[in-house]
Design a protein around this ligand. Sequence first.
Ligand SMILES: [Zn+2]
Length: 82
Amino acid sequence: MRNYGITQTSTARIVMICPNCGQENSELAETLRGLRFYACSGEDCDYSFDLAGSGKNTGNALAEACKKFYAAFYAVRGQGAR
Ligand SMILES: [Zn+2]
């Protein structure tokens, strides 16, 4: 038997809204999976999203972060984010 639900997130886009400048950083979830942090792409902004969380358990930290990111993703979906 195969679990199709597992691979579902590999093609999802995650939108991270910068709390510093408000820039919407859109990136593939699969890309973020291999990163410890993600630098904001906003001009004159040095903010970095901490993807590794506390560092104790990267897998769980990322999963928790993804839940928040997905909430943001759904919030902005109506604005044409793909
Ligand atoms: Zn920023």
